[in-house]
Each structure stands twice: as structure tokens, then as C-alpha cells.
Design a protein around this ligand. Structure first.
Ligand SMILES: Cc1cc2nc3c(=O)[nH]c(=O)nc-3n(C[C@H](O)[C@H](O)[C@H](O)COP(=O)(O)OP(=O)(O)OC[C@H]3O[C@@H](n4cnc5c(N)ncnc54)[C@H](O)[C@@H]3O)c2cc1C
Length: 340
């Protein structure tokens, strides 16, 4: 039965690729359609933090979803092993002054999480050291990281499994399912009216290609530093309502300036900016599952956590397509939850 399923996935970001991989592995005939250059999307510019705990502690929108995000993180070791990706399990450090660290520590304890404290002289070596306002850190061992360049590895794995890549639109007929994983795009809103619930949130990130840092993710107030294959990453901004993915020099420069208070060694170093557009629903969780148009499954709206959620979303899309139980998060993520 599965072998006969013909499925087109629209969108070659991490949601589309995770869905295509799960479906192809289950034996479906899968084509993946994306008019854009590979990696020219939010997935390609992301820092790749798989960070349920840090996100819950620093982003009020993510806080109610810690349980779901932890469940998504649990799928990562197997996902990385299956698709030959390198998972960075060195965790994250939440940096700050005494007041910030005390607040974060208390919030963590309310969530039942104990975060060991590090003093300033216990922080990992960082080029140029830390700003005067950084008195120490809390260690978040649960958080992990994947390099966004892994998107290429996922595409390679999909091609090896027989997924056919195309820049043409998905076919209008002879399909069992159309999976709409088009990120913030509304191109397919006629097929998937639920996409109208998505709001764009643009984000800038900076790459310091000549700076080497190889340690845990460092999350300060207003900026984070993450190691990456192509050089140190400093992120990230949130421009709500902006869907244009072009870099805005003033926004990138303000991120560079803000990061110097935490990482003074970045002053006068050169950086290359990138921008991507996240798609967000009102509750911060993606739309995953059948839409109201027969034959359409949605997988879009990951906000800040698309990499973290991708293995869960891919598995759920596959379960829906195969008529299997999508699991315990189906209601929380249902595609129609914002539709009249
Ligand atoms: C600066 C920044 C930092 C981030 N850091 C992190 C992080 O550390 N951890 C984390 O988990 N998440 C992070 N995110 C969020 C994460 O990048 C996104 O949630 C995730 O990449 C969304 O994946 P996606 O596949 O849904 O969408 P996208 O990656 O946007 O992919 C959508 C794809 O759909 C294609 N498309 C558009 N229209 C059509 C069409 N009509 N037909 C076919 N294809 C179409 C586009 O070309 C694109 O390739 C970050 C985002 C940004 C911007």
C-alpha cells in the first residue's frame, strides 16, 4: 500500500526534507518541489540550536511547550544517526549578571530543572573574553546543536532514497498527498487555507568567519554565540511582520553592536550577515497534519524551533500519510486549530 503512495512535498527546508525522508523511508514515491536555491531559506541560515530548555527560559512563547520540545529533542539522536548527521551535545551556557542568573535559575527550578552555576572564571575561553556585565553562567546540559549545513546532508540522504527534486511546482493531480512545507510563503494558500494563520518573523544572524570558537552555545542577554562549520555565529534578531528575506544593514549592525557588550572581542572584527524568515502561528507551534482540502497535509510555522521540531514533524507527516496514529501531539499541532 505504502509503495503505491505518490506524494509531493512543497518546500525544501528542514520540515520538507524531514517529511520527505520519513515518507521515502516508509516506501512512498516522493518528489520534493522548491523553486529556491538549496539552503536559501530559514533552515539554511539558522543557528541549529536544539534548545528546549533555553528557549523555554528565555522566550515566553516557547515556555508552555517545553514538554513537546523535550519530546522532539528525544528524537534527535536517532534522527542524526539515521541520516548521518553530527549532533553537538555540549549543551548551552546562559550568560548574565547576578540578577539575570538568579531569575533564570528560579524559573528553571519552577520547571523542575536544576541548572548548575558557573563563575566567570569557569566560563569557556572565548576570543576576547566576556563583557563586564557577564558574571557567570548556568549550564543547560540538555540542549544540543546541529549545524545548519546539515540541510545538505538531509538532501543528499533524500536523493539516495529516491526522492526526486524539482524546481517546478508540485503536480496538480495523480497525487495521494501534497505536503505543504513552504515556511512563511503563502503561495499555496489556495490549497492550504490554514497558511493564513502564519505571520512572518524575519531574523538576522552574523557569521564571523575568521573567529574560531569551539565550545557550548553561549546565550547572553540580547545575543548568542554558536560554533558553526563556517565560523562563529552571532544571533539573532526578531523582526515581526517582515517577510522580505533581504539583509537590512541597519538591523545587522545593531545586532553586531549589541553583541559587543557580551563578547567584547567581536568589536572591529568583520562579519557577514544573513537573514531568514521564520513562520509563526499565534501559539508558536507549527501547523502539522491534514488541512481542510482533501489530500493536503501541512507542515509549516515552526517559529524559532524548526530544526528542533523537524524529526517530530517529519514522523507525524509520515504517520498521517500512511493512515497511522500521528501520536500524542496531534491535537496541540493540528493544522486547523486557528481556522474557523
Ligand atoms: C536567524 C535565524 C536563526 C534561527 N535559529 C534556529 C535555531 O537555532 N534552532 C531552531 O530550531 N530553529 C532556528 N530558526 C528557525 C528555523 O530556521 C525555522 O523554524 C525552520 O528553518 C523552518 O523550516 P521550514 O522547512 O518550515 O521553512 P524554510 O526553511 O523557510 O523552508 C521553506 C521552503 O519552502 C520553499 N517554498 C516557498 N514557496 C514555495 C512554493 N510555492 N513551492 C515550493 N516550495 C516553496 C522555500 O524556497 C523554502 O526553501 C532560526 C531562524 C532564523 C531566521
Amino acid at each position: 500500500m505504502t509503495k503505491g503512495l505518490r506524494i509531493a512535498v512543497a518546500g525544501g527546508g528542514v520540515f520538507g526534507l524531514a517529511s520527505a525522508l520519513a515518507l521515502a523511508r516508509a516506501g512512498a514515491q516522493v518528489s520534493l518541489h522548491d523553486p529556491g536555491p538549496a539552503g536559501a531559506n530559514a533552515s539554511g541560515v539558522a543557528a541549529g540550536m536544539l534548545a528546549p530548555v533555553s528557549e523555554a527560559l528565555t522566550d515566553p512563547t516557547a515556555l508552555p511547550h517545553l514538554d513537546l520540545m523535550m519530546a522532539a529533542l528525544d528524537l534527535w539522536p536517532d534522527f542524526a544517526r539515521t541520516w548521518d548527521l553530527v549532533l553537538d551535545r555540549r549543551g548551552a551556557l546562559l550568560l548574565g549578571d547576578e540578577a539575570r542568573l538568579a531569575t533564570l535559575s528560579l524559573s528553571a527550578r519552577h520547571l523542575g530543572i536544576d541548572l548548575p552555576a558557573l563563575k566567570a572564571d569557569q566560563l569557556p575561553a572565548f576570543p576576547g573574553g566576556y563583557g563586564a556585565a557577564i558574571n557567570g553562567a548556568l549550564r543547560v546540559q540538555a540542549d544540543q546543536r546541529i549545524d545548519a549545513a546539515s540541510l545538505g546532508g538531509l538532501a543528499k540522504a533524500a536523493a539516495a532514497l529516491g526522492v526526486r527534486f524539482s524546481v517546478a511546482p508540485p503536480p496538480a493531480q495523480d497525487l495521494d498527498w501534497l505536503v505543504v512545507a513552504t515556511g512563511p510563503s503563502r503561495d499555496l494558500v489556495a490549497e492550504a487555507p490554514e497558511l493564513a494563520a502564519l505571520e512572518p518573523i524575519k531574523g538576522h544572524i552574523l557569521r564571523y568567519g575568521d573567529l574560531a570558537y569551539d565550545g557550548p552555545v553561549l546565550r547572553g542577554p540580547g545575543a548568542y554565540a554558536a560554533p558553526a562549520a563556517a565560523g562563529l555565529l552571532i544571533g539573532a534578531t526578531m523582526e515581526t511582520g517582515i517577510a522580505d528575506p533581504q539583509v537590512q544593514d541597519d538591523v545587522a549592525s545593531s545586532l553586531a553592536r549589541a553583541s559587543i557588550a557580551i563578547f567584547p572581542g567581536l568589536a572591529d572584527r568583520s562579519w557577514t550577515p544573513a537573514a531568514g524568515v521564520r513562520a509563526a502561528t499565534p501559539d508558536g507551534l507549527p501547523l502539522v497534519g491534514p488541512g481542510r482540502t482533501p489530500g493536503v497535509i501541512l507542515a509549516a510555522g515552526a517559529r524559532r524551533n524548526g530544526w528542533l521540531l523537524a524529526p517530530l514533524v517529519g514522523a507525524m507527516v509520515c504517520a498521517y500519510a500512511l493512515g497511522q496514529d500521528p501520536g500524542i501531539w496531534a491535537d496541540r499541532l493540528s493544522a486547523g486549530r486557528f481556522s474557523a
